[in-house]
Design a protein around this ligand. Structure first.
Ligand code: OXD
Ligand code: MN
Length: 615
């Protein structure tokens, strides 16, 4: 069958693309592509096959049209720089909607629109939005192709940047179309940059139709539809329906000297060091123990109950889309090594030798360069009001294949996933939460996850001390009513025969001097070691009202100059502070009304009693 396309005059690859045969016999897919093409009116429809030739052709095309700048082929082979529009540098949560027939199904945690209204509103924006551009058809698979965990999606987009990023972030191309067959289920994703006008930007999810529409943005989190949109928002909806879980979690394997590998997952709100933990480097003091780290994923975990009764995790992604400022050889040497080749850098400084630089990265800034906005920049540049001008945007990113990660786990491609021994929740709390505690059981652990929170610090998050509840780090990503999501977690617990233990960590507790008490980074492995010890029944703990905390000396602090007072402060529990915190938890839960599972309320009441008794 010939592709129904009109040729753009004078394009170099005119022949190759116009003669392209539609590479599928999936009638529903072909019909949908044709309908979307009729709506968006691109010059041509290009089916992506994921080949090297296609990659090279698209790279050339985007260098010519200015979407990408090729970086120094000797120092950064296969790497490119991209600059987004100035108003398009982060996920736009206020323009992100869950469109379900009933408002209660989206829940108070989501912006909501009636599906009909949403289709009409965005449809008007998509009308003719791809005129003069190509519409690329990207078949992609979240998870290993053929795995029972995996889901197939098709993204239609007018952005080559999106195609090249999806190529890194997902398994994409012909193998996926083949796996889809002639009648397989797939998520329908439509994206257009349109005119990148923030007033005409919408990120819409239609879980009842397994559909995502994104318009007016070119920023990764809004437009790489496999990531937050499919793998979390639509994924969490599908998981609740089909009996599995889509979570905002890293997946990490810790190999002990005897060769046994234990896998953990961990959920932290953005900016709490998830990518760093996924690539943790053992600290000097623990090196003699011979731990080896295996990175399975840094952002998303899909969890199912395996035939063995264990909770098994797959990373649905194939790449990292990590934040750059603050990433350097000290904070994350593994990430630095990962991005030395075949990487797309977004919104960083371009140096004259065609390398890149960002704030708190490695090395000195170039004496002169081009900033993320494309303006001449040098260290010390100030704006009209005398404020320092950053060279890289604070949310500048790298997109790199996980397979390039020095700690890459080949288990990432295991269709059955890896068995999870422990689930870790974490937040950024200057006070209240101790360094680590273990929940009493699954139900208590679900409650611990449901009250997860991060404090805003003056430097980073606006009003100091303000607590933002972010249950399981899923607040911006749960595609349905969060009360039902808690109920789903509780139901899953009843079905898992080999339940992972659930823990809470806080790397960010500060002392009376306002300084962090815990060194963090590689030293976090000391806490993970205690957690694994608890899983195996070898680490000692003390029961407290909030859960089990490490007995003194049960965390190995060898090689760390941390005095005992600090350790005690890190593990201390102030009942009064906790009782205050419970009030803010209740305020958060109120919004879910009767839909909040009674188990969550009874865990909160039981904790209050235990704390009051201990005063
Ligand atoms: C991300 C995020 O980009 O959580 O992973 O915002
Ligand atoms: Mn994330």
């Amino acid at each position: 069958m010939q592709q129904v396309t009109k040729m753009a005059k004078g394009k170099e690859d005119k022949k190759a693309v116009s003669d392209q045969e539609i590479p599928t016999k999936h009638q529903k897919l072909i019909q949908w592509v044709n309908e979307m093409a009729a709506l968006c009116q691109p010059d041509r429809v290009v089916w992506c096959d994921g080949s090297e030739d296609e990659k090279t052709r698209l790279e050339r095309e985007s260098i010519t049209n200015g979407e990408l700048i090729e970086l120094n082929p000797k120092k950064l082979p296969g790497c490119f720089l991209h600059r987004t529009a100035h108003n398009d540098v982060a996920r736009t949560e206020h323009l992100t909607f869950i469109c379900t027939s009933k408002k209660e199904d989206a829940g108070p945690n989501n912006n909501w629109m009636v599906p009909k209204e949403a289709y009409a509103k965005a449809g008007a924006m998509f009308q003719g939005a791809m005129k003069g551009r190509n519409m690329y058809v990207i078949p992609f698979c979240m998870g290993p192709v053929g795995s029972p965990f995996s889901k197939i999606g098709i993204e239609l987009t007018d952005s080559i940047y999106v195609v090249l990023n999806m190529r890194i972030m997902t398994r994409m191309g012909s193998a996926v179309l083949k796996a889809l067959g002639t009648d397989g289920e797939f998520t329908k994703g439509l994206h257009s940059k349109a005119d990148l006008d923030i007033n005409r930007r919408l990120i819409l999810h239609f879980p009842e139709d397994n559909t995502i529409w994104s318009i007016g943005s070119g920023y990764g989190g809004n437009v790489l539809l496999g990531k937050k949109c499919l793998a979390l928002r639509i994924g969490s909806w599908l998981g609740a329906k089909e009996g599995w879980m889509a979570e905002h979690m890293l997946i990490l394997g810790i190999e002990k000297p005897n060769g046994e590998i234990k896998y953990i997952t961990a959920a932290f709100p953005s900016a709490c060091g998830k990518t760093n933990l996924a690539m943790i480097v053992p600290p000097e003091g623990l090196r003699h123990k011979g731990y080896k780290i295996w990175t399975v994923g840094d952002d998303i975990a899909w969890l199912r109950i395996g035939k063995d009764g264990a909770l098994r995790a797959v990373n649905p992604e194939a790449g990292f889309f990590g934040v750059l400022p603050g990433t350097n050889s000290k904070t994350n040497a593994v990430a630095m090594a990962t991005m030395k080749k075949n990487t797309i850098y977004t919104n960083v400084v371009l140096a004259p030798d065609k390398t890149v630089w960002w704030e708190d990265g490695d090395g000195e800034p170039p004496a002169e360069g081009i900033d993320w906005k494309g303006n001449p920049w040098k260290p010390g540049t100030k704006d009209a009001e005398g404020k320092p001008v950053l060279g890289a945007h604070p949310n500048s990113r790298f997109t790199a294949p996980i397979s390039q990660c020095p700690t890459f786990s080949p288990k990432m491609n295991d269709p059955e996933g890896v068995p999870i021994s422990a689930i870790i929740f974490g937040g950024r709390r200057a006070r209240v939460a101790p360094l680590v505690y273990e929940s009493f059981n699954w139900q208590h652990g679900v409650y611990v996850g449901s009250q997860m929170a991060s404090e805003r610090t003056a430097a980073q998050y606006g009003k100091q001390g303000e607590v933002r509840r972010d249950p399981m780090a899923m607040l911006p990503f749960c595609g349905y009513n969060m009360a039902d999501y808690f109920a789903h977690w509780l139901r899953m617990g009843q079905r898992i025969k080999k339940q992972p233990k659930i823990f809470h960590v806080n790397w960010f507790r500060t002392g009376s001097d306002g300084k962090f008490l815990w060194p963090g980074f590689g030293d976090n492995l000391r806490v993970l070691e205690w957690i694994l010890g608890r899983v195996e029944g070898t680490a000692e703990a003390e029961e407290t009202p909030i859960g089990y905390i490490p007995k003194s000396n049960s965390i190995d602090l060898k090689g760390l100059s941390l005095d005992q007072n600090k350790v005690q402060e890190l593990l201390s529990i102030d009942s009064q502070e906790w009782l205050e915190d419970l009030k803010s938890q209740e305020e958060f839960y109120v919004q879910f009304g009767d839909r909040l599972p009674k188990e969550i309320r009874s865990e909160l009441d039981a904790l209050r009693k235990r704390l009051s008794r201990s005063q």
